[in-house]
Design a protein around this ligand. Structure first.
Ligand code: R5P
Length: 295
């Protein structure tokens, strides 16, 4: 198995290779003056399994195109199987057509992954695993969604949140709070979120849950603008939770998202390294390496 970190995931790719006890072979990458990407795979791949590690942030379009180039180059170099670890998969939130005529981006991306030669796709806490499975199935790509929630909850447990209340900011993410809650050992609940499909504005219904005088954690898959998590934190503070942690797998933290969440009253902010930022306090490298060793 040859681990090939792409230009968007040099650190995580190297960590995964190290945990697997194999050499890391970063793809050579340059930008042409017009902004096009030059990619070269130097690992010997004949009859090998190539594991390409490429997240899709901060530049989703470019990272995806680089991924397609790496996959095709790996196949041309004789790899018998190409597995792509895309820890944060961009375009995954548009998993349905909410308004007529919209591009169904998750379907398009799945088709392109299949067409470029991906045999296996490994993602972490993708927004809607069943939707991805369906589209990947049609595209002939075998997909695995790993969850960082137990590791994130373990980190919180070690850092003062043992027995805390686990909350998801909308009902759709309750599974994340439940798996974290199983580690933390406290109760689990959710608030309700409505998004206006035209303006993108969200509204949160804070239901009365018994967090008064307790510690509580908001778990979500992604923090982008921070609006969702900030509203949930505010809700918990209004219900008089004493200490609140805001936790996500993919910390995109656009604009002033961090400040927004901290101003809302969060005491702690934690994310993983699917997207490398100063808030990446938990690594998904062990999770991914263990999975790769198994398959
Ligand atoms: C959407 O349902 C996701 O699970 C996240 O809640 C959402 O993407 C977060 O976005 P933002 O930080 O912009 O509110």
């Amino acid at each position: 198995m040859k681990v090939i970190p792409g230009p968007a995931s040099p650190e995580l790719g190297a960590r995964i290779a190290e945990r697997m006890g194999v050499e890391s072979h970063p793809a050579v990458h340059r930008l042409f003056p017009d902004g096009e990407s030059y990619i070269r795979i130097t690992a010997p791949l004949k009859e090998e399994t190539a594991v390409i590690v490429q997240t899709t942030f901060p530049d989703p379009d470019k990272s995806l195109l680089q991924l397609f180039l790496m996959v095709d180059a790996a196949k041309d170099a004789g790899a018998k199987e190409v597995a792509c670890v895309v820890p944060y998969l961009a375009y995954a939130r548009q998993d349905k057509r909410f308004l007529e005529g919209e591009a169904l981006s998750l379907k398009t991306i799945s088709k392109l992954l299949g067409a470029s030669g991906v045999d296996r796709l490994i993602v972490v806490d993708v927004h809607e695993p069943e939707a991805l499975e369906g589209f990947c199935d049609e595209a002939g790509v075998q997909v695995t969604n790993l969850s960082a929630m137990p590791d994130l909850a373990e980190y919180l447990k070690m850092n003062g949140f043992d027995g805390a209340f686990s909350l998801s900011p909308d009902e759709g993410a309750i599974g994340l709070a439940e798996s974290a809650g199983a580690v933390l050992g406290g109760e689990v609940s959710f608030f309700t979120k409505e998004r206006d499909r035209h303006t993108g504005e969200i509204e949160m219904v804070v239901k009365d849950i018994a967090v008064r005088g307790r510690r509580a954690v908001v778990f979500d898959d992604i923090v982008s603008s921070g609006g969702t998590t900030a509203r949930a934190v505010k809700g918990l503070k209004k219900l008089e939770a004493v200490r609140v942690a805001a936790v996500c797998t993919h910390g995109l933290f656009m604009g002033g998202a961090r400040e927004k969440i901290l101003d809302a009253g969060a005491d702690v902010l934690v994310a993983t390294d699917t997207v490398q930022t100063p808030t990446s306090l938990v690594s998904v490298s062990r999770l991914i390496a263990d999975h790769l060793k198994k398959v």
